[in-house]
Ligand binder design. Structure first.
Ligand SMILES: Nc1nc2c(ncn2[C@@H]2O[C@H](COP(=O)(O)OP(=O)(O)OP(=O)(O)O)[C@@H](O)[C@H]2O)c(=O)[nH]1
Length: 216
């Protein structure tokens, strides 16, 4: 793909968080996305094992969406995921978020019933899936499709709002002629502060240039 094409591509940044050993890295390496034919650049940060004490706040501000992972065979990972989910939504209550219960292939070792995960997700108003990265379950793809679609719908709402703000400012400064006012945020009417300005890479491993296609 040409560089200029890529620079115009919508971008989605996803933070993946959860206790150590729940399968975050495997989830990312195996992930491929292919929904319809609209290009979307996806940047994923695998936030190395973290807990609420060392909560990756910067990554949450940087991201457009968050995936919280636990291991269905480990009660502690579920407790941590629950705390982390609440913390994420305290910081960014409108952020598209999904709770994933991984290692669903290890049914005989299960410590967390599916209904427990689903209940926490409902209480926090986020999506929930049980998946098995080992078995490459289709729920992995459904969860990422869902989160990308949610992000793109948020982004398109934001674009509409920016356009409206430009027009409103034009009206306020007494210039009703839309030809004289930039209809986009170029030309200094609206300053966009990128979340990446808030982001520091110190505590994170970045997976860049992860390109996917998605719907909308
Ligand atoms: N049975 C089974 N094992 C899995 C699954 N997903 C990951 N694993 C295994 O779980 C272990 C931990 O996976 P990682 O991807 O390294 O976990 P992580 O969350 O990135 O761990 P940290 O890097 O310590 O944060 C590895 O041995 C994986 O092979 C799964 O769906 N089922």
């Amino acid at each position: 793909m040409k560089t200029e094409d890529k620079s115009n591509m919508p971008k989605v940044r996803i933070a993946v968080i959860g206790k150590s050993n729940v399968g975050k890295s495997d989830l990312l390496y195996k992930q491929t996305l292919n929904v319809n034919n609209s290009a979307l650049e996806v940047e994923i940060v695998d936030v190395c094992s973290c807990d609420v004490k060392a909560f990756p706040e910067e990554a949450i501000y940087w991201a457009d969406a968050c995936v919280v992972v636990y291991d269905i065979t480990c009660r502690e990972s579920f407790t941590q995921a629950t705390d982390m989910l609440q913390r994420v939504l305290q910081l960014r209550n409108q952020m598209p978020t999904v709770l994933l219960g991984n290692k669903a292939d290890l049914e005989h070792l299960r410590q967390i019933e599916e209904v427990e995960g689903r209940t926490v997700a409902i209480q926090n108003n986020c999506q929930f899936y049980e998946v098995s990265v080992a078995e490459n379950s289709s729920a992995i793809y459904s969860s990422f499709d869902m989160i990308l679609n949610e992000c793109r719908s948020v982004q398109s709402t934001q674009k509409t709002r920016k356009f409206s703000v430009s027009k409103m400012i034009g009206t306020l400064i007494g210039n009703g002629n839309s030809k004289m006012i930039p209809s986009t945020n170029q030309g200094g009417t609206v300053v966009v502060c990128h979340k990446s300005d808030l982001y520091k890479s110190r505590v994170l491993r970045r997976r860049q240039n992860f390109t996917a296609t998605a719907s909308l």
